[in-house]
Every structure is written in C-alpha cells, then in structure tokens.
Write a protein that binds this ligand. Structure first.
Ligand SMILES: [Zn+2]
Length: 229
C-alpha cells in the first residue's frame, strides 16, 4: 500500500487455512478493484512454494500455494513477487487512471468498471456519444500527459476531507463504503483518485498507451481496450 516497488519481504506465517497461508505482513497484492492477483513464491528452509493466487477475505490476505508440505504457523518465510507481472499491472493501472482522467475531463464520464491484465486492459464508462475518432483523440491527450512524465504520489486523507472533493471518486459507485482513511493516488498536477491499487511513480514508466478497440455495451455504456508498448 505504501511501497509499490517492494519485490521481496520477510514475514511469519500467522495462519494456515486449507491450501492458503496468512502472513503477519505481505507485499503480495490480492485481486481487487479490477487489478488481478500477484503471483510469486514463498521460500523457507531452502524450499520454494509457488503462490498462484492471492485473495482478500474477511480482512485477511490469503496466499494460495501449490503445496503446503511442511509449512507451519510461526515459521519465518521470504516472499518474492513475480515482478515482471506486477510491474506490467502497475503500468496498466496507472494508464487506466490517465485514460479515465482524460475521459472524465473531456467528456464528463464516470467509470462503471475496469479489468486490468498484462496483455490488454479494459475500462467501462458511461458515455452517450460513441465516436471512435474522438476516443482516439483522448488517447493522444493521454500520451501527451505520459510524455510530460508527471509524478504519481500516494497518500491518505480522512473520509470527511475526501467527501469535500467529489472529483476523487471517478467510479460511478463513489467512495469505498465503511473506510475512514481514504487512500489517494495522485497524478500530480492532473488527477487524483481514491484507489487501493499499485502504481508506477512517474508516468514515463507507462510507455505508450495504444487504443485497441471500443465496444458499445448498450445505452450509455462503452467499453474500451488498451495495451501498452
Ligand atoms: Zn485504480
């Protein structure tokens, strides 16, 4: 949450539940908010265990392992994230914020859904006019912003403070329910959003955002796909 570039960490096994473990701390990102799970490995006593899926359940982060052979509560482990995958997802996630910021500023749209992936990602939003040329223009604006290499900072504000700034919630559903400390991902000088994902620290890391396709998903519901080069 505070250091998206943490690739390895030491931790202790707090709980073993089925074929999953809970650690006292973790840098693995559980699938949530349209950002897919991290994968990687857990190492202990010279043995490696593949982490194939990470989910959040009842406030705990469960690491699903390929095998549980010899893993016990209290054991010290080293966690290693598949950095290639995660870094690509970070680039895609920050790109999603650049695009949704541009679409919001240019056309006043709200985001109704998104799904990031390492090959291509998608964003759904409410937009009455469905004009591919206009969308291509929005991608140009997004790439101009990337070229400016704005920095991205992450900080927390109170819910009270967040509610005073409606532009923080680009999701049609508004701010996340029941959370007092709102995490803000701020593309400094462009757009700040309430968000729980992992992001690159400067826009240049995104590379080039390419418009793959757009789909009409019904009245006021549009879907775009993008990829990164
Ligand atoms: Zn986000």
């Amino acid at each position: 949450m505070d250091d998206s570039y943490l690739k390895e960490f030491d931790a202790e096994i707090k709980q073993v539940i089925g074929n999953t473990i809970v650690l006292d701390r973790t840098a693995f990102y559980p699938a949530s908010g349209g950002q897919p799970t991290d994968t990687g490995k857990i190492i202990t006593n010279g043995k490696e265990f593949v982490v194939s899926n990470v989910v959040k359940q009842d406030g705990e982060i469960l690491h699903q392992l390929s095998s549980m052979d010899g893993l016990n509560v209290g054991e010290s482990v080293r966690g290693v994230i598949d950095w290639g995958r995660r870094y690509t997802l970070m680039r895609h996630h920050t790109a999603a914020h650049v695009l949704s910021g541009v679409f919001n500023k240019e056309a006043g749209v709200l985001i109704t859904g998104n799904q990031l992936d390492i090959e291509k990602s998608r964003i759904d939003f409410s937009l009455e006019n469905f004009d591919r040329e206009q969308m291509a223009r929005y991608f140009e604006i997004a790439n101009e912003l990337v070229a400016k290499d704005l920095s991205v900072s992450v900080y927390y504000i109170s819910r009270e403070e967040a509610e005073k700034n409606p532009s923080l919630a680009k999701l049609a559903t508004g701010l996340p329910a029941g959370i007092q400390n709102i995490r803000v991902v701020d593309i400094v000088g462009f757009d700040a959003q309430a968000d729980g994902g992992t992001h690159v620290k400067s826009l240049i890391e995104i590379g080039k955002i390419e418009f793959v396709s757009a789909e009409n998903k019904g009245k006021n519901n549009r879907r775009i796909y993008y990829t990164l080069k």
